[in-house]
Design a protein around this ligand. Structure first.
Ligand SMILES: NC(=O)c1ccc[n+]([C@@H]2O[C@H](COP(=O)([O-])OP(=O)(O)OC[C@H]3O[C@@H](n4cnc5c(N)ncnc54)[C@H](OP(=O)(O)O)[C@@H]3O)[C@@H](O)[C@H]2O)c1
Length: 345
């Protein structure tokens, strides 16, 4: 999982002077963030890696970070990234804010809180202008769908959106990735160790049509997140959004098939031009793309299969793929931090 291309993502010497804490540094998102900070040339001695216990994390280039328990003496930091489960973020965020740090929470704990900005910088980065102390980073699938949808919304007004996702194993963190890898070895005839899986069924050679638990109306928690977070990020409280989320045997990159009903006509070629010009988006000309395997490790949201739907010019369909550990998590968080004032609040 090496960082590349887009570095240093607006990370300046002023940012490099900050003492940064990465809590959850041993997880899939925490490791990706360490790769990005390293590619953005943040000094290693100003990165405090924390997790549940004491350990080490090695980057793709072989260099290692020492990791200390988060419940040890806190240490002073200016900026904290919480790459932790929601319940841990809920406890830690107020303590860190109280200690004077700025906090970016990558969990779902604070996303729908009305007083806390939920930010994709290319869409609603203006919310960072007033220098909030706590910022929520969006759900991985939401961030990937929101970027192209924001462009379509500005051009032709969204009336209704249907999102169907195909989500990678690493969306369930390192345990998800390890479970898939073990199952793939087993499917290839190599005996695998007994391993815990976070999934409700075998994922190798399979599709699981619900990414998290269902509520009493049959909607999954992941689907509720996409619906609520899309409305909040796009600033469209009344927007009709329907989502179906599925887990697929892909290592990293979430894909979404999006069908949008528009207020005004928008030809697919015009939509493609607008998307091509938008920051953070790459338009794929491949008639069989974009695909997660080829998009893994890249920064943009890749958009292809752009076409009109059954309502002609007032409907637009597309397929988008984004590396959910990058734009869906660590990269977006780093871009948020790069737009915040590079000093202690
Ligand atoms: N994976 C994704 O694609 C993705 C995308 C967007 C957002 N997120 C969110 O990002 C967060 C991290 O996800 P992940 O995928 O990286 O999960 P993960 O691979 O399971 O990693 C979880 C991390 O949290 C740490 N942790 C757990 N309990 C802790 C505690 N009490 N104190 C300190 N650290 C603790 C773990 O440390 P130990 O190793 O010591 O247990 C580990 O570093 C979650 O809230 C997730 O919903 C994930």
């Amino acid at each position: 999982m090496g960082a590349e291309a887009g570095a240093p993502w607006g990370w300046t010497d002023a940012h490099r002077a900050l003492r940064v804490a990465v809590v959850g540094a041993t997880g899939a998102v925490g490791r990706e963030l360490l790769e990005l900070l390293s590619a953005a040339r943040h000094p290693r001695e100003r990165i405090d890696c924390q997790a549940r216990g004491r350990s080490r994390v090695a980057l793709a280039d072989g260099r290692a970070f020492e990791v200390r328990p988060a419940d040890e003496a806190p240490g002073r930091c200016d900026l904290a990234f919480l790459c932790t489960p929601s319940e841990v973020s809920l406890d830690l965020a107020p303590l860190l804010v109280e200690s004077g740090a700025r906090v970016i929470d990558l969990s779902s704990a604070h996303r729908m809180h009305p007083g806390i900005p939920l930010v994709v910088p290319e869409i609603n980065g203006k919310e960072l202008d007033r220098g909030p102390r706590l910022v929520a980073n969006p759900n991985c699938t939401t961030a990937i769908a929101a970027l192209p949808l924001s462009v379509i919304d500005r051009a032709a007004g969204l009336e209704e959106v249907v999102v169907v996702s195909y989500q990678a194993a690493s969306g369930a963190g390192l345990p998800g990735l390890r479970a898939l890898e073990a199952e793939m070895r087993e499917a290839a005839g190599v005996p695998a160790d007994e391993r815990e899986s976070p999934f409700p069924a075998p994922l190798a050679l399979n599709v699981i049509p619900a990414v998290s638990e269902l509520d009493e109306s049959g909607v999954s928690g992941e689907e509720r997140k996409i619906e609520g977070e899309l409305r909040k990020i796009l600033g469209r409280a009344g927007l009709a959004v329907e989502a179906t989320t599925a887990r697929v045997p892909v290592q990293r990159c979430h894909s979404v098939a999006v069908h949008a009903r528009l207020s005004r006509e928008l030809a697919p070629a015009d939509a493609a031009s607008l998307l091509r010009a938008a920051p953070g988006i790459a338009v794929s000309e491949d008639p069989h793309g974009p695909r997660p395997r080829e998009c893994a490790g890249t920064d943009p949201v890749h958009v292809g299969r752009i076409r009109s739907g059954a309502r002609g010019g007032r409907s637009l369909c597309f397929f988008a793929v984004g590396d959910q550990l990058r734009k869906g998590a660590a990269l977006n968080a780093l871009q948020v931090a790069a737009r915040l004032p590079a000093r202690r609040p």
